[in-house]
Design a protein around this ligand. Structure first.
Ligand code: GLU
Length: 489
């Protein structure tokens, strides 16, 4: 039986390293047909918000990660919020107080700071341990309306665990402070709420980021104090930027880190999942492409690397491009339409209404090899549906030797060639005729094809002239060329 969990604190939008952590947990649970539980750890009341929570839930859904109720719990309310379970933690904190493994601590923040300072002045590391106050002092604190915290009594020993990803980890608890398990406002801290829930929810494997390694000894001490079975721990390597710096939680133009951004650009989910899985997990061979089902079958914790994972957004784009290229025209069209309906402007909605499916299928083959994201189609490919003409810069292409007179002549000639076109309107035939014209005139290919393409599309990058002529069809192509020729005169 394997039960994993993903317990985010809703204090930020769902970012790519959460996507990886949750997906590894999901894969591992799915592999055995067991459970994957989502738990909202909202005890940091100052920073937790419902907006972030919604973002987390929407992102998991977008990435196809479904989650379960915990075993033995039929009447579950979903998802599990820690702030709705305060009475449960209070009961367990009480238990620790009764068995003297936890105690009330009365110092104010200033007093703690003073203690720390004076240790520092004596060149000693400060480790907080229980202070024995007299009854008189405690009475006094109460009179001052001080609210105590509850701290866990850390026993000095070596805490050990065999990490599923790393190696055996030993930590000396004598440097660990007696940590707070209940804040003075009565809300439990992450350390204990997390342990109580993991035990009550029968979590067998805790797979989480390396930033939690230092929390693990504290939590193991709590498991021991309760006499509970300690779950397996696996700490995933950090995710870093290309230059090995710490990753930001904010998206930039060149580096998306939130899943929302991937969604808004309509990355293919299967590409994102494939990409994030390889940020830390390596198959036994050098294979790069896996469907989700294949990942479920192949994923294993022992092939997670120990070294930090480098997050390269360009690689995410590359994966997505590979996946888009491999979609059938039908599938590509379906996804593209779904995307444009969701994120396209009013003009796109009208385009969708009046465009025949055949046209979408026809253009699919030409455009899908050129897109890194479907978002690029929305932003740059209206020319398939709409007449738009190039700026001088695009038309004459900077310093290249194509001037207005030449463009005029070429346009007139090409219009003639196309008007009198005797063959089937295929890309091949169009190409043959135009190439014939170019060589008769003693011109260079680019002198003709570049302006032609620019006039047909109005933009800097698009499929080439022959392809555009073919996709647009004879009538529309001629219209576009003629309008522009007239305008040039
Ligand atoms: N609430 C913690 C976080 O968001 C969970 C850590 C854990 O997996 O134990 O980082």
């Amino acid at each position: 039986m394997i039960i994993t969990r993903f317990p985010p604190s809703p204090t930020w939008n769902f970012h790519i390293w959460w996507a990886r952590t949750s997906f590894y947990n999901w894969l591992f649970a799915k592999q055995t047909g067991w459970k994957f539980i989502l738990r909202i750890e909202d005890t940091d009341t100052e920073r937790s918000t419902k907006v972030y929570e919604k973002n987390i839930i929407d992102s998991l859904e977008w990435l196809w990660m479904d989650y379960d109720a915990w075993p033995g719990k039929d009447d579950w309310t979903w998802p599990f919020h820690q702030m709705a379970r305060l009475d449960i933690y209070a009961k367990y904190i009480d238990l620790l107080l009764k068995q003297w493994t936890a105690y009330y601590a009365w110092e104010t923040a200033e007093e703690l700071e003073d203690m720390r300072k004076s240790s520092y002045d004596q060149k000693k590391a400060f480790v907080y341990r229980q202070i024995d106050y007299t009854d008189e002092q405690i009475k006094q604190f109460k009179e001052e309306w001080r609210k105590p915290t509850v701290r866990f009594k850390v026993e000095n020993k070596i805490v050990k665990w065999q990490d599923l990803v790393k190696w055996e980890i030993n930590m000396d608890s004598s440097i660990i402070w007696d940590f707070v398990i209940m804040k003075s406002d009565g809300v439990p801290t992450y350390y204990i709420a997390n342990v109580v829930d993991d035990d009550l929810m029968w979590i067998t494997h805790i797979i989480r980021g390396e930033e939690h390694v230092n929390n693990t000894p504290k939590q193991i001490l709590l498991y021991e104090a309760f006499g509970w079975k300690i779950p397996e721990f696996g700490h995933l390597p950090l995710m870093l930027n290309l230059d090995k710096s710490k990753m930001s939680k904010r998206d930039t133009k060149d580096q998306y880190v939130t899943v929302t951004k991937f969604k808004e650009e309509w990355f293919l989910k299967e590409a994102v999942l494939n990409f994030i899985t390889l940020l830390g997990w390596h198959p036994s061979d050098d294979r790069e492409f896996f469907t989700v089902d294949e990942l479920i079958k192949n994923f294993s914790l022992d092939r997670i690397t120990n070294s930090n994972a480098i997050y390269d957004f360009k690689r995410a784009l590359w994966f997505n491009w590979e996946y888009i290229k491999n979609l059938s025209d039908e599938e590509f069209t379906a996804r593209l339409l779904e995307y444009l309906k969701t994120y396209g402007d009013q003009e796109w909605q009208s385009i969708i209404e009046i465009t025949e499916k055949e046209y979408w299928l026809k253009l699919s083959a030409y455009i899908k090899i050129r897109l890194q994201t479907l978002g690029q189609f929305r932003d740059y490919a209206k020319y398939f549906f709409k007449r738009q003409y190039p700026s001088e810069e695009i038309l004459y292409n900077g310093k290249m030797w194509v001037n207005k007179e030449l463009v005029k002549t070429i346009l007139q000639d090409i219009i003639k060639v196309l008007d009198g076109f005797k063959y089937d309107w295929t890309e091949e035939n169009i190409k043959n005729e135009i190439v014939k014209y170019i060589s008769e005139k003693g011109l260079k290919n680019w002198q003709v094809l570049r302006p032609l393409r620019a006039i047909l599309t109005g933009v800097q990058a698009s499929p080439g002239a022959f392809e555009m002529l073919y996709v647009l069809g004879k009538k529309e192509s001629l219209e576009r060329l003629k309008i522009f020729a007239e305008w040039l005169n």
